[in-house]
Ligand binder design. Sequence first.
Ligand SMILES: [Fe+2]
Length: 269
Amino acid sequence: MSTTDAFPVLPGHVVALKDLSPTTVADALTEPSVNLALHSRPVPTWASAVDDLVADIVEPYQFWLVNEDIDVLGERLRAGAGQLPGGHEEAVDALFDDVIALASVVSEACGDTRPFVSLRTIDASYFTAGASSVSSHMHLDTATVTLSCTYVGAGTEWTPDSNVIREQFGTRKMQRPDEPLGALVHDPDLVHESVRYEVSLLKGEIREDEDEGSLDFLSNFLEASEIERYNVGGGLLHRGPGTARGTRLLLTVSTMRVPRFSRVPAGSL
Ligand SMILES: [Fe+2]
């Protein structure tokens, strides 16, 4: 299947969003069997300015908002803008405005005022030989919902729920470094790629028996007593496109909390 055309809509698990209003997003993700919602949007007029910005970046750009109120996101982005090369004000303004708008979608749709926001470049220096990485190996997120948007470079890759051999993920969430994809899915060629500026909202899994590293990650956002089981056996299997596709600029906005739309019966929002 072509991976760069309009995204596929697979009834029951993958839905298309007509817009990105928090209500539309929440309504789409309320259904427990849905683990991916996609919103296609045209590449904006400022995209080439962002391409130029990223082309001029020498050291990897890394921005995180961790356990802070989303109201300070703009301020924090500005404070970290010194990492970016000068002379690209138009691109930086447009990019930050978009990041703030997309982060607020997650916050409002899921009811989390402190989502985890990550905006960063990913290049070859990001990868460690012989190790699994979310940017090149198939995995299930340790988050309840993650919004993702690739501004520059190749998009995130994913495979539909029906292709996943769930038994392989009973006690783990990630493909091993040298493990063939065919051991984890029925058809290793059935991998879709998100396109630039497309917005994906995907569900991960929070399990009762998260490993130490995942618990450590979750502790940045939640007290131990706040960690709740979510969507076990239903997370979207996905990965970054790996090392060979050039530098990416990737936004992810995640919540580790059970979204409020999952706490009420489907259809009653
Ligand atoms: Fe992921």
